[in-house]
Design a protein around this ligand. Structure first.
Ligand code: NAP
Length: 432
């Protein structure tokens, strides 16, 4: 498809300094950078016009275009749409192609791109103090992560149905910068993503790397492999070792460094199709174990597992963390509670996602005991939900998915809440 001509290998973490940060000034140096950036954009647009067929490819080609022309991930998406719109012959986007996903994004007409802003921790962000830490390999990190799914992607439309995380994010770039600056200022150290968030694999990973060199900020990034996009379904679980191997290599290429924590997603929702699942689940973990040995990933985790699967997978490799969908209601659900309890016994960090109902509107009402106690404390039910999850076990690491700065601040306030002993007893007594 012609992409072999594209040079590979520029360090993605160096690119921000190359084209973004500092462009506000008017020194001769910044003018040179700006001109070079405009030149790169024009060259990329020409290239994409000539290779519009890359849009039906898996996305690795676009990652190469990005590296070759020193562009940010969102810029490549913008230019791809521009290349297609300005083509007089304009081929109809193929079903399931990246181009179609971009058109299907709600935000296709107003691409949320702005020049990257200099990274500055926000000193006004609420601080995460005294919530305790968990151990992940050689790191000790505070017991709150931030899920970035909504920052790097948004639902698109497939066959008239809204689906999660395949499109471009809705919010403007400035919102994401403000949110990440607040994360950095707050003391949160774990950001969570997946290979699949955004219109092409690695899009979300690339977006975070575009902003700032995460490792140098002390931030730990977690990503996930184990599912792919298909034309007939938006997600499908694929645990084929060959596919996983290729995904890990691609992820390493986007990061330009070892991925700090990579989860194997063992299943998705009950209705998500399964393309491939080895009879022996342990075989699916083998590529991650190998990637860890080869220094492509630092730590490995598993996501969406049952207690039995966790045992099988622990035999197959050094699991550093478990990430499951887990709401306060799950404390009374025997199969979900079994994973929670086993992680506590093993001292394994138990990262919980979907704690606010995954953004479904109207949001499912919190349990009456939580609503009442939140009123007494003068906090929101979400804030108390977070505090209660933290109180339920020292191994729990809640992973909320804020899309706005206000929601992040609220999460930080919730995590910092110190529950009076009697209230803690009342809540945990009713919920566990
Ligand atoms: N392992 C897996 O299979 C898997 C699957 C899906 C997601 N995840 C991870 O889990 C993270 C969280 O998932 P999620 O976003 O679906 O679930 P979520 O945290 O249950 O829901 C996110 C929604 O909650 C709102 N929100 C967040 N904090 C709030 C607060 N303090 N008060 C009021 N509303 C608040 C957000 O609103 P605003 O947008 O208005 O801020 C957003 O609409 C994702 O970002 C991703 O990293 C993992």
């Amino acid at each position: 498809m012609g992409l072999a001509v594209v040079t590979r290998g520029l360090d993605p973490r160096a690119r921000l300094a190359d084209f973004g940060v500092g462009l506000a000034g008017t020194s001769p140096h910044t003018n040179v950078l700006r001109r070079r950036h405009l030149y790169d954009r024009r060259a990329a647009l020409t290239f994409l016009r000539e290779h519009l067929d890359v849009t039906s490819e898996a996305g690795d080609g676009l990652v190469q275009v990005q590296h070759r022309f020193r562009l940010s991930t969102v810029e490549v998406a913008t230019l791809l749409l521009e290349a297609h719109r300005s083509d007089p012959k304009r081929p109809k986007p193929k079903a399931g192609s990246i181009l179609q996903r971009l058109y299907d994004s709600k935000s296709a007409d107003s691409i949320p791109y702005a020049e990257p802003v200099p990274f500055e921790p926000d000193p006004a962000a609420p601080r995460l103090d005294g919530i305790g830490t968990v151990t992940l390999g050689k790191r000790r990190i505070p017991r709150l992560g931030v899920g970035c799914m909504r920052l790097v992607s948004h639902g698109g439309y497939v066959d008239g149905e809204v689906v999660t995380a395949i499109g471009l994010p809705l919010s403007p770039e400035a919102n994401r910068h403000a949110l990440l600056n607040a994360v950095q200022g707050s003391g949160v150290r774990m950001l969570d993503l997946a290979r699949g968030y955004g219109p092409w694999p690695g899009f979300g990973e690339g977006m975070l790397c575009d902003w700032f060199p995460l490792p140098r900020r002390g931030l730990m990034l977690a990503s996930k492999v184990g599912y792919r996009r298909t034309v007939s379904a938006t997600w499908a679980v694929d645990l084929d070792p060959k596919f996983l191997r290729a995904e890990l290599t691609a992820s390493r290429q986007v990061f330009g460094a070892a991925v700090p924590l990579m989860y194997l997603v063992v299943r998705s929702t009950p209705t998500t199709p399964v393309v491939h699942r080895p009879k022996q689940l342990a075989r699916a973990l083998a590529p991650l174990v190998e990637a860890q040995r080869e220094g492509e990933i630092e730590l490995l985790g598993v996501a969406n597992v049952t207690a039995d699967e966790l045992e099988v997978l622990r035999e197959a490799g050094p699991i550093a963390a478990v990430q499951n969908r887990f709401t306060l209601g799950a404390l009374r659900n025997a199969p979900q509670r079994a994973v929670f309890d086993r992680c506590a016994e093993l001292g394994l960090p138990f990262v919980t996602w979907g704690i606010f109902g995954e953004g479904v509107q109207p949001r499912p009402e919190a349990a009456p005991v939580v609503v009442e106690a939140a009123e007494e404390l003068g906090v929101t039910a979400e804030e108390l939900t977070l505090a209660t999850l933290l109180a339920a076990g020292a191994h729990v690491v809640p992973l909320p998915g804020p899309g706005r700065r206000a929601s992040l601040d609220s999460c930080l306030r919730g995590a910092a809440l110190r529950l009076p002993a009697a209230m803690r007893q009342r809540l945990l007594g009713a919920l566990m």
